[in-house]
Structure formats: C-alpha cells, structure tokens
Ligand binder design. Sequence first.
Ligand code: ADP
Length: 181
Amino acid sequence: MHRTELRVAGSRIELVQGDITAQPDLDAVVNAANAELQPGGGVAGAIHRAAGRRLAAACRPLAPIAPGEVVATDAFRLPNRRVLHALGPVYGRDEPAAELLAACYRGALDLAAREGLDSVGFPAISTGVFGYPATAAAEVALTTVHQALVGGVGVRLVRFVLFSADDLDVHARALATLPDG
Ligand code: ADP
C-alpha cells in the first residue's frame, strides 16, 4: 500500500476510505453536486439525506451552477460547519474536462479559505455517474490541491474521502507522484 498522507507547506493532504457524510472533525465537506443543487444519487444523495430537507431549500436560490463552479451553504444536520457544492464536468460532454475538474478543487479551497475554514473533505468529484475515469481524475485532484497548498491557500487539512478501496489505491498512486515538502 502506498502512503496515504503528505505534508505540504505546513498543511496536510490525507487519503481515507470512508463516507463523506461521516467526517465530524472537518470544517467543511464538498458535495459532488448536480447543476440544480438538489438531491440525487451518489454523494449528493448521501449529503442531502444526512443534512436534512433544509439543505435543498438553502440551495434553491443558488442554482443553477455551471461546471467548475462552487457555492457554499450551511451544513444543517451534517457534523460540519459548511457544505461546498461543486459541479464537476460530465465526462465526454463538458470541456475542457481537466480544467473544469481542477476548477472544482481550486474553487472549493479558495472558498474555504475565504470563509476561514481550516479543514475540507473531498469526494472523488465526477468519477461516479459523471463518468470521469478514476485515475485521470485522481491525478487532476491531487495535483490541483497540491499546487493550491504550495501557493499558500490557507487550508490546514485536505482529506480525500474515497468510497472504495480501489479509489483509495488510485489516489494513493497519484499522491506518490507529488513532491514532498
Ligand atoms: P459525480 O456525479 O460527480 O460523478 P457521484 O456522487 O456519482 O458524483 O460519485 C462520485 C464518487 O463518490 C464516486 O467514486 C462514488 O463512488 C463516490 N461516493 C458515493 N457516495 C459517497 C459517499 N457517501 N462518500 C464518499 N464518496 C461517495
């Protein structure tokens, strides 16, 4: 098994296998949202179920959002302060896919920093029903987060919360290609 942690410029990237709705020590979690910011399958369904119905109501005036865009709401019954809703690209439709996916990670970290949130959890955005290949998506995700931390974005902990052991392994391989420090 590759390592699952990297220290970057006073911050930390962590990889865990788990459920994005069960991360009580994080200030914010990222939703792999749909354009309408409503419940659906996958991450969005789990986040809306755990947060309760007030989340959909809070989202309504902020929708629709475009691919690569990120907006923040209260987390309601989730054990976090905020939910950052990111719309990843639908693979094969929204182009340029890598730039739009990178914008989700970069935008979520910038928004977290603006809101004074120290720790953020990400699911593997776009790799479910949106069909982005897991290895390519993990490379975009890890390099984007690494660059943001090297560039001094003020977030202390970034945790990737991967649903499956396979997804954890794919992210660990991508993490292993990043420089230390
Ligand atoms: P998208 O529509 O952006 O593709 P999905 O929610 O369909 O997003 O899936 C994104 C990734 O999140 C997939 O790898 C999926 O297996 C995973 N996933 C689904 N539910 C959860 C959850 N509760 N916590 C963390 N990851 C999840």
